[in-house]
Design a protein around this ligand. Structure first.
Ligand SMILES: [Zn+2]
Length: 273
């Protein structure tokens, strides 16, 4: 099986179309399903197009804070001035059908060995998972080996060593390596914080005896200084393939300005910030 993971499309239909082209034509096996980690809309000029491009596909979608704000499920008081302005504009643009689609998105889904949320298992809509301390607090809150998140718009991996006790027991049930030093080391392993990794492009496999929280980055408004659209593929046997895709940013900027949306939202696309 091969899955494509898209997050934070943010009404950028040009970036989404580029991601779908990659999904359709540039994988070595067909993609079985798209997993969308929320914030389909908000910030960008193409809310209906983005929802419809996704709805045409076999996909699983979960809700992000912008989806909820625009769908009337969260107060826009939590939004920045620009985000709120675009949320109100987006609400006016959406067809009733597409608005209903946003209103019915789940906040958490479990599929294969992955939990899908927008923010974090602790707070699926709102928490920005930025630090290893936050990730440590969230690892006990999902039952699968992996958790996929979006929301920060930055490709990130939090990696936590699993309790290794089971793997180090002999069939008789006694530890394979005895001794006080080993016991202390084990305790340290259990108490150790997770690691924060920045994925480069290409395939990456979760190491054995580890759990991971993985953010593929943002399709429509990357914030890691790289303006190219970020997507990831997941093959339960081969792991994750992180990709960056160039697309026609100027065309999106022109539509943002033509719609009368804040200029800064157009400008930031060029910087990936
Ligand atoms: Zn977002």
């Amino acid at each position: 099986m091969l899955y494509a993971i898209l997050s934070d499309i943010h009404s950028n239909a040009t970036a989404l179309a580029r991601a779908l082209e990659e999904i359709d034509h540039h994988t070595d096996e067909p993609v079985d399903q798209i997993w969308c980690l929320g914030d389909i809309v908000g910030y960008g000029p193409d809310p209906n197009e983005c929802i419809e491009l996704l709805r045409d596909r076999n996909h699983l979608g979960i809700a992000g804070n912008h989806d909820w704000g625009i769908a009337g499920l969260a107060s826009l008081d939590h939004f920045s001035f620009a985000a709120r302005l675009v949320a109100e504009w987006t609400r006016d643009q959406l067809t009733p059908d597409n608005l209903a689609y946003l209103q019915h998105l789940a906040t958490t889904l479990t599929v294969e060995d992955c939990t899908l949320v927008h923010g974090s298992p602790r707070d699926p809509i709102w928490e920005y998972l930025l630090s290893t301390d936050q990730a440590d607090a969230n690892f006990p809150l999902f039952a699968t080996r992996l958790c996929l998140v979006g929301h920060t718009h930055v490709p990130t991996i939090f990696l936590q060593a699993e309790e290794r006790a089971d793997s180090e027991m002999t069939p008789e049930g006694t530890p394979a390596v005895a001794g006080e030093a080993h016991a202390e080391e084990d305790e340290e392993t259990l108490l150790a914080s997770c690691d924060l990794l920045e994925p480069g492009e290409g395939w990456w496999q979760v190491p054995p005896y580890c759990r991971a929280i993985i953010n593929p980055g943002s399709v429509g408004q990357p914030r890691d200084g790289d303006p190219r659209a970020a997507i990831a593929f997941y093959d339960p046997e081969r792991g994750f393939n992180f990709r960056r895709l160039e697309y026609d940013i100027v065309a999106v900027q022109e539509r943002i300005l033509a719609a009368g949306l804040p200029r800064r939202l157009a400008e930031r696309l060029a910087y990936g910030m």
